[in-house]
Write a protein that binds this ligand. Sequence first.
Ligand code: F6P
Length: 374
Amino acid sequence: MTESIGILTAGGDSPGLNAALRAVGKAAIGTYGMNLIGFRDGFRGLMENRTVRLDSGQLSGILTIGGTILGTSRDKPTKMPVGGKTLDMTDLMVDNYHKHHLDVLVCLGGGGTARNAYSLMQKGINVITLPKTIDNDVVCTDVTFGFDTALTIATESIDRLHSTAHSHHRIIVVEIMGHNTGWLALGAGVSGGADVILIPEIPYDTDIVAEAILQRFRKGAGFSIVAVSEGAMSTELFQRLQSAQQKLAKAENKKERKKLNEEVAAIEAERLRSTPILTQELEKRTRLESRVTILGHVQRGGVPSPADRLLATRLGTACVDFIREGRFGIMVAARGDGVEAVPLENVIGSRKNIPPDHPWLKTARNLGICLGDK
Ligand code: F6P
């Protein structure tokens, strides 16, 4: 019988994390009389043995609070910055797990967290993960918690940008988070009525985007909203990146690999600066006044939506059921109205991109939204 659960939140924070912590705690402590120990600031707190004893008092009143009461970090067990060096600290983390006589470590995070939890599992400890991220890019789950809240924030932002774009007869380019996937930009773009949606899965041709805006202009629409994912890139940048990555994969020696790694990093940095450049290019090509809005971390903040609270709570309580059944080395995935235990091996190393035949893309095309391709 499992008695003690360790829990941590890792990676970028996400609305619904506290709802999930509360759900695990309520079921584990309240219903089954187990112990729950929180580690602060993700895997770093596990390494440094910085803990918070989570009891019902601590977990009360956190359902609606954004962020994570435990704190988080992007530190990885196998590549931990320690004293100016990057070290593999998994053994120390495993020691701390045993020091607290834990039966399982629950890790709340995205794809990276699943990979990190897996590296600890390979050292012999029991782990379970819950899929959270505003990006919705975790494989083997219908959705991740945090996504719905961020989608709502991004959609509301597009709504607000409409009135100012309309009043000033401008192009407004709005950059939406999502890392290397376009779920947030596509979802918010369609639900917010954007005229152009650019996502990483479909490299864009700036001329095609400019022409779509000019066509709207000719038809009398004096403004346009362009929803662009932070990871989107032009076909030109995409080709350069692909060619550098292909060369890197074939590189034969250390010197060549170093040079190509630098080249890839420089292209990736250029990609992150794409949105203001795109805005300038659109202004130049259309001669329409253009502005850029980068939503940034505002999309990760604040109160989780009801859908995210419900999802995080469902996954959190189901996690305790799996613990009681002794099912470890899994991610608790959302599947329809239910949940599913997915082996971590199936989750790690993959990213959920938007497939070309996804219904949201079809919907966007049917609406006449420009996706930057032919
Ligand atoms: O993974 C969530 C996310 O918000 C991404 O959309 C974004 O690319 C990244 O985190 C930003 O990370 P940070 O908070 O470390 O700047």
